[in-house]
Each structure stands twice: as structure tokens, then as C-alpha cells.
Design a protein around this ligand. Structure first.
Ligand code: CA2
Length: 155
């Protein structure tokens, strides 16, 4: 008999986040994107979930990932759209269209920074937003998403 596939969450990182850990450590810390993805994968596993982690510097590719999440019946999305958070109605529309429970994460506290970072289009399409926790925000996001979708911690 075929086994049921593991419920999957998509973890989407946007432009420049591939540079994590190489520049601006005072703002973004020393961890690399690979550390973020490992943290998400390990946390997701605690809830019996699989984290499918993607990064792109292109807006259209991020939209394609959101559509792919829908097509593959993903149960949740965690998104840090980087600078596109503050500009992209198209990313907002994609998230609204797929109706997948979404958490927005920002590593830095966007509200304590320049005013152009204070508004987020992706936040409007998410059921929760986290910012200012450093990369630990991703772990918190997986926990919050798991609670939202009723995924229980495995013993
Ligand atoms: O705090 C966040 O996570 C941001 O989404 C990061 C974006 C920024 O545009 C948002 O306002 C807040 C920028 C990501 C740039 O990441 C870098 C990391 C290290 C070195 C250079 C860029």
C-alpha cells in the first residue's frame, strides 16, 4: 500500500537573503541561509512536517513558488520576501489567491528601521508576522504555523 506523503510547508526567502552571514551582521546576524533552512527543516520535523526551502532574487520566481505550493497541496507557507515585502502587490495577490496559511518573517525589526520598511504587502496576506527575532523568527514561525494547522509535536 502506498504511504501517505509527509505534509509539507514551503519556506520562501526573497532577494539578497542568499547573502546572509556575509555582510551587515549588525542587522542580520552571522547565520547563513543554509542555517536558516536547517533550522526550519529540524523544527518542521518535530511536528511531522517537511520544510521545502527555496530562495530567489526574482519576484516572478517567488510567485511561481507560491503557485507550486498550491499545486503540491502544501499545508503552509513561511515567507521572508526581503525588499519585495515592501513593494510587491503581485506577491500579496499570489498569497491571497492560494489561500494557504502563511506566516511572514523578517530577521530585523522592520518597524525600528527606515520608514520605507514599515509597510509590508506580504504581511497583509499572512495570518501572522514576526520580526526582530533574528533567524529564531523562522523557528517561531514554524511553531506558530504548526499550531495554526493543528500539527502536533511528535514525542
Ligand atoms: O529583516 C529582514 O528579514 C528583511 O526582510 C531583510 C531584507 C530587507 O529589505 C527587509 O526590509 C527586511 C533585506 C535582505 C538583505 O539580506 C542581506 C543579508 C546579508 C547581507 C546583505 C543582505
Amino acid at each position: 500500500m502506498a504511504e501517505a506523503s509527509t505534509a509539507t510547508i514551503y519556506v520562501l526567502n526573497g532577494p539578497n537573503l542568499n547573502m546572509l552571514g556575509t555582510r551587515e551582521p549588525e542587522t542580520y546576524g552571522h547565520a547563513k541561509l543554509a542555517d536558516v533552512e536547517k533550522l526550519c527543516a529540524e523544527t518542521a520535523t518535530q511536528f511531522g512536517l517537511k520544510a521545502d526551502c527555496r530562495q530567489s532574487n526574482r519576484e516572478g520566481e517567488l510567485i511561481d513558488f507560491i503557485h507550486e505550493a498550491h499545486a503540491s497541496n502544501a499545508v503552509g507557507i513561511i515567507i521572508n520576501a526581503g525588499g519585495y515585502s515592501h513593494t510587491s502587490i503581485a506577491l500579496h495577490d499570489a498569497l491571497v489567491a492560494v489561500k494557504i496559511p502563511t506566516v511572514e518573517v523578517h530577521i530585523s525589526n522592520i518597524h525600528a528601521r527606515e520608514s520605507f520598511r514599515h509597510h509590508s504587502f506580504t504581511a497583509k496576506a499572512a495570518f501572522a508576522s514576526l520580526c526582530g527575532f533574528g533567524i529564531d523568527g523562522y523557528r517561531l514561525a514554524v511553531n506558530g504555523l504548526a499550531a495554526k494547522i493543528g500539527a502536533k509535536a511528535k514525542t
